[in-house]
Design a protein around this ligand. Sequence first.
Ligand SMILES: C[S@@+](CC[C@H](N)C(=O)[O-])C[C@H]1O[C@@H](n2cnc3c(N)ncnc32)[C@H](O)[C@@H]1O
Length: 258
Amino acid sequence: MICSTGHCFDLSKYGYIHLLPRPVKPAKYDKAMFESRHVICRSGFFSELVEQIRDIVRNGIGNTHKRINVLDAGCGEGSHLADLVKGLGLTDAEVLGVGMDISKYGIRIASREYPGLIWCVADLAQSPFMDQQFDVILNIFSPSNYSEFARMLHDDGVLIKIVPGRDYLKELRNIFYGQTDKQSYSNERVVTHFRQHFRLVDTRQIRYSRRLNPTDLKHLIYMTPLSWGTTEKNIQRVLQMGISSVTIDVTMVVGKKG
Ligand SMILES: C[S@@+](CC[C@H](N)C(=O)[O-])C[C@H]1O[C@@H](n2cnc3c(N)ncnc32)[C@H](O)[C@@H]1O
């Protein structure tokens, strides 16, 4: 690909495009974490969550006959976007999925596993997309840049943000952070910040539990930033005692411009 000022960008072997002006190494989001995230996503761990997103997208689409452009900003290893697009049951001419993440490790997995979509390594704070390109922007467990989201979103487009709820993975949180202030989490500040930039049109609390086998438990621990603040001793303790099921508790906030 060649930009209007003559810069040249090669597609990688798996077909993704690297659009960071200089390499960035986001702390701790390493290759192993994305591989673990991928195993957990493929196990259907987030399927209810993706179904709720799909419901919002379907309602938002209505009977429009134009192509729906969906951007996942901070897409990680890409499974949520790929599952969403696949489940919409639309043709390639009717929906286009684009995933952007600052980590090449996440984007490498995404482009290897889901070749039908567009994947790029880029910074969501300086997104490499023109104004008003997207009908839907997803922002799932990832940082936000609301001015960039507003710039890239069509005037009638929707921003769908997912943030952990108070009980998200509480079984792990209790063991890792019992008796400390990290044991409880509130997403109030994040939701308030969202509302300062976007008009809230829907909020959903999504809550369910998932059974875990020992292999999934290990991947769950290594995929979540929750494990970053705990000790290896605590991690080994959880792996030895096992946890048979965990709670998924998230808040979905849906906003429009204006
Ligand atoms: C907790 S992970 C969530 C990934 C994915 N949405 C999921 O739910 O599996 C947070 C993601 O945000 C990405 N990220 C952090 N800062 C970013 C930035 N400035 N631009 C793009 N992605 C970023 C990280 O690389 C990581 O993939």
